[in-house]
Write a protein that binds this ligand. Sequence first.
Ligand SMILES: [Ca+2]
Ligand SMILES: [Ca+2]
Ligand SMILES: [Ca+2]
Length: 177
Amino acid sequence: MSGLASPATAGPSQQMLRDPSLASFQGRTIDLSKSWEGARVCAVLSRTEVRCYASNEEASADLAPRSTPTNTGRGGGPISTLAWHGCDNDWLCIYEHADFGGRKLQFNEEYWHDLDEWGFVDQTSSWVNNQGGSWTGCSGSDSGTLGDGAGDNRTMTDCTASANLGSYNDRAEDIHG
Ligand SMILES: [Ca+2]
Ligand SMILES: [Ca+2]
Ligand SMILES: [Ca+2]
């Protein structure tokens, strides 16, 4: 009988791979799976850190300076913070509405995210992949993918955008950065 007392091991490792539904917003912690509480932009920085903002301007001010703290000889130009349809450089953005409207979620890391964690299942209506750009153009090396949970995926090539997902509107359940 004592041989049956081995502990379960599957649970913890699966939990660790879940995206966090908790995010920081205006000095407090919110649970995006329940409500965005007025946030308009949320950025997934890692598996353990999500930050939300009340506007694009607030998001850009917090996120962009990471790469341009000072004028360090890269020409001093603004290219590293150029936004496209409201999506900052080096990010993949999905939007609640067509034409890049409504709430925005942004990613860049190379793994699958479960949109359910952030209250965004079946809501994506447009997207921008502003990754892969450089001084000389687009590298073409950082596409993203939308998944519907049933094997029907859509590739989002870097340096491209879609203002209207057509038949795929409000169907995405997962995203890969
Ligand atoms: Ca990426
Ligand atoms: Ca929508
Ligand atoms: Ca990618």
